[in-house]
Design a protein around this ligand. Structure first.
Ligand code: NAD
Ligand code: DAU
Length: 357
């Protein structure tokens, strides 16, 4: 049986990944280490909370003792590292936690993987690792910076991050690369474009706009709204990560994207149309500082070498996503009221707290 340490599995993409694996794959045990920050929500995992193949541990990836204890208890062969501070706007107002979590947290996981998987951990010249182990860093297209009107990011595009968030993710990627180059740790890095779908925290563009439109509140569009993102359904991101885990070559970076570029304004208008709301709800607000104008991913490597391809068209994905938010209004309300944070305590009390003695 494969034993995967999934970090950040109570967040948007992590919880979708856990559901994807439990629904679609066999013979895999998932240990989900998540600190349950404002962005982590165990309600996202309600559908699988009784599944014995999923063990939840509340704890911090920066807690090296805890990570090592989990390695000893479960003997992982794989790490899929999602946990991060993920919101660009928050990184502009409070960058420090982005560095401690996204950079130092990544290093703590790399060190644990190296210590537990290396056959001669004390021999710095040895590159021998247990067979079949893999560390997968879930990164982002934002590390490449911004594009002009043309061009696409390929895996060799130089890193040029523009926000504290993307700088922290790029730093983490460089550490992962260094652990490959210096220690021979079997790693992969995936760099994905903007995800959308169920369970996304309503601070991000699509769920925020759906929520505001539903309530006839203004829809805050930054600047002229003509910034372009390449949107991918979260389930397609999950299947891409699994393709890299099962077929990716150690040391390789894989870009993941849906060939689906849209201007923000186009998405906002589409949401208003689906909800039958007037465009007068659009409110142009001051632009995000350092706002990247355009992202576009060239996904040739993962599609041609690993045989992965997205299954969702944007039309189908966005329609389903809007429907999901309409049917899960209570989930959104509990998040916006902060009530979800008490869900963990109601459900589990302190019984699942990591033992930090
Ligand atoms: P999210 O903010 O929804 O979830 C992050 C999760 O990490 C939360 O459950 C949170 O509680 C947990 N976490 C935060 N700090 C932690 C810590 N110190 N220890 C343990 N857990 C901690 O994020 P997301 O949108 O699901 O993104 C997941 C990963 O994918 C991130 O690494 C992000 O950079 C990357 N990514 C996101 C997108 C996107 O469009 N959302 C696209 C490409 C890559
Ligand atoms: O590209 C991948 C990245 O996508 C991930 O690495 C990040 O974790 C994820 O948050 C996302 O970053 P973005 O900054 O692109 O996503 P966000 O939803 O915050 O914004 C999408 C676009 O919409 C961006 O151009 C800013 C704009 N926007 C966003 C918000 C929240 C608005 O115009 N108004 C808003 O209120």
């Amino acid at each position: 049986m494969k034993k995967i340490l999934v970090t950040g599995g109570a967040g948007f993409i992590g919880s979708n990944f856990i559901q994807y694996i439990l629904n679609e794959k066999e013979n895999i045990l998932l240990v989900n280490l998540d600190l349950l920050t404002y962005a982590g929500n165990l309600e996202n995992l309600k559908a699988v909370e009784d599944d014995p193949r999923h063990h939840f541990v509340k704890g911090d990836i920066r807690d090296r003792d805890l990570v090592n204890r989990l390695f000893e208890e479960y003997d992982f062969d794989t790490i899929v590292h999602f946990a991060a501070e993920s919101h660009v706007d928050r990184s502009i107002t409070a960058p420090e936690v982005f560095l401690t979590t996204n950079v130092m947290g990544t290093q703590a996981l790399l060190d644990a993987a190296k210590a537990h998987w290396k056959l001669e951990p004390d021999n710095k010249y040895s590159w021998e690792y247990r067979r079949g182990v893999r560390y997968l860093q879930v990164s982002t297209d934002e590390v490449y910076g911004a594009l002009g009107k043309t061009g696409m990011f390929i895996e060799e595009t130089p890193l040029s991050p523009n926000s504290p968030y993307s700088a922290s993710k790029a730093s983490a990627d460089l550490l992962v690369r260094a652990y490959d180059q210096t220690y021979g740790l079997p790693v992969n890095i995936t760099r994905c474009s903007n995800n959308y779908g169920p369970y996304q925290f309503p601070e991000k563009l699509i769920p925020l706009m759906i929520h505001n439109a539903q309530q006839d509140k203004p829809l805050p569009v930054y600047g002229d709204g003509m910034q372009i993102r390449d949107w991918l359904h979260v389930k397609d991101h999950c299947s891409a990560i699994y393709a890299v885990l099962s077929k990716g070559i150690p040391g390789e970076i894989y870009n993941i994207g849906g060939n689906n570029e849209k201007a923000n304004l186009e998405i906002v208008r589409l949401i208003l149309k689906e909800l039958n709301k007037p465009e007068s709800l659009i409110a142009y607000v001051k632009d995000r500082p350092g706002h990247d104008r355009r992202y576009a991913i060239d996904n040739t490597k993962i599609t041609s070498q690993l045989g992965w391809k997205p299954t969702y068209t944007f039309e189908k994905g966005i329609h389903e996503t809007i429907e999901w938010y309409l049917h899960n209004i209570e989930w959104v309300n509990r998040i916006t009221s902060g009530a979800y944070q008490s869900y963990y305590n109601q459900m589990y009390g302190s019984s699942l707290e990591a033992n930090t003695d």
